[in-house]
Design a protein around this ligand. Structure first.
Ligand SMILES: [Zn+2]
Length: 267
């Protein structure tokens, strides 16, 4: 079910009830740019209907990264005239990973449902007046979309949020903490007023980037501190609490992410 559709200027935000995942449309003069395509077929179909309702072709389809909730609905949005643009690791990452959403379930995504990009890029790609930026960390192929005119960043899962008001821990189980730190530091150099995350409500200002950096750097330091002791990920997760790694007393939205992050750091 689509939970909410809202529009700010040329940016249309479509939020699905499942996972509070967002897709975005950027309404250009004579075409539309679609960003991400949701997870459930019914939601993706509705997203395609919303895109069609503006009477402009979806000229470009961009995925912020390979996770199913951001790309599984591509075939609903992609028309013969649509050019799909991804970071160059997108397809390799899909092929490499067996499970995309729940790593415990090992449920492979059906390849026939996925669509291949016509254009790939490595570091940056200028599309109309918007900039696509490689921001690995959450996953190797993660990108952010920067709209300088609006001082707005569409962040995918590089910067996470919820609708609950709770704190979304940065999540790098599928990627790398050090890459994510470098990407967030790069984003801090941009002039940003609003961040539209891959999940949940928009974030105003860049405070979330700063607190994510605090969490990531503290977590790495803490894990290094215990390096000489041969502790399992579970034991480490008991020793290093989430509040040890955050400056504030925020309540985390999905505390399990912390343990998966520790697991990734131990690989
Ligand atoms: Zn993701």
């Amino acid at each position: 079910m689509i939970a909410d559709v809202s529009q700010t200027g040329r940016i249309v935000i479509i939020r699905a009830k499942t996972l509070d995942v967002n897709a975005y449309l950027i309404l250009q003069k004579d075409h539309t740019i679609a960003i991400d395509s949701l997870l459930l077929p019914r939601d993706s179909q509705e997203l395609a209907n919303i895109a069609a309702s503006y009477g402009k072709p979806v000229k470009y389809l961009i995925n912020t990264h390979f996770h199913s909730d951001h790309c599984l609905g591509n075939h609903f949005l992609k028309q013969p005239q649509t050019t799909q643009i991804n970071q160059e690791d997108y397809w390799n990452t899909i092929v490499r990973e067996k499970a995309m959403i729940n790593p415990k379930r090992h449920k492979p995504v059906e390849q026939r449902k996925l669509t291949k990009p016509e254009i790939t890029f490595k570091d940056e790609y200028l599309l109309d007046d918007i900039l696509l930026l490689s921001t690995p960390g959450h996953s190797p192929d993660s990108i952010c979309i920067y709209l300088p005119a609006e001082k707005t960043l569409i962040s995918g899962d590089t910067i996470l949020n919820t609708c609950s008001g709770r704190y979304s821990l940065p999540y790098f189980f599928w990627g790398s903490a050090n890459d994510l730190i470098a990407s967030l530091q790069k984003l801090l150099t941009l002039d940003i007023n609003t961040i539209y995350s891959g999940h949940g409500f928009p974030l105003i200002k860049t405070d979330k980037i700063t607190s994510d950096l605090t969490y990531l750097q503290s977590l790495i330091n803490q894990v290094n501190k215990y390096q000489s002791q041969s502790l399992s990920s579970d034991e480490l997760a008991q020793k290093i609490t989430i509040s040890d790694c955050l400056n504030s007393s925020e309540t985390p939205a999905v505390p399990q992410v912390h343990k998966l992050n520790i697991q990734q750091l131990r690989i």
